[in-house]
Design a protein around this ligand. Sequence first.
Ligand SMILES: [Zn+2]
Length: 271
Amino acid sequence: MTGTGEELRESGADMAQHGGRRGWYGKLVGAALGVTLLATGASVWTAQAGAVDGPSPKATASATPGSDVKPVDVTIAHASDKGARGVNITIDDGPDPAWTPQVLDLLREHEVKATFCMVGTQAQAHPDLVKKVVAAGHQLCNHSVSHDTAMDKKSQAYQSQQILDAERMITEASGGVRPMYYRAPGGAFTPYSRKLAASRGMRPLGWNVDTKDFERPGTDAIVATVERELPNGPTLLFHDAGGDRSQTVEALRRILPWLREQGYSSGFPVR
Ligand SMILES: [Zn+2]
């Protein structure tokens, strides 16, 4: 099972661009599998009541970004703060004026909270969308300035600029709400980048299920991947930018009610 998970990740849209990354992913997937397979309870979908109990972006907002930053763990998070029956919907590469509003509408309709991994320049270009994401109770995640999937091969100075500039761009666009996570583009983390992000209160964030929506495999294929691979772990990867995301939107329209029927709660990645 872990082998399947690794292959899925390796062949994903982001991963395919740099490839060859194994090791801790496999271990973490294994750990996530153990947790998920223990989940047999008939819990109910608690997004409606539970989501508002989750960590509030407002609670950690700072009028002067950086003044109240608390370091977090440097390891790559996969688990859900809703526990074994939680699912973390993560939406990458936006915000985008064509697709982010459609995704936000669906999330609201199905009372699901998500984590938006934003590219710094996208956030800077669309601060209205960043503010809408925050106002709807979703979490922000730093996805670097330039989405350079070879970032792990670059200097520490470059990695630092990519992470800290994006942090500033996203925080300014949101009106002071800081990103709580850092997801390296294509998963191109380094020990240095994880440590830097964690020192700034941004938990490194991985994923368990790559829906491959970025490759536009068809709505049915995206839905089938989620249904098949959810036992790999709770963190699902989608995109709301980088091209025509109509398949992603249609897939979410089917996946969100399906998750509810299966007894999953929408949560945020652990910090
Ligand atoms: Zn990305």
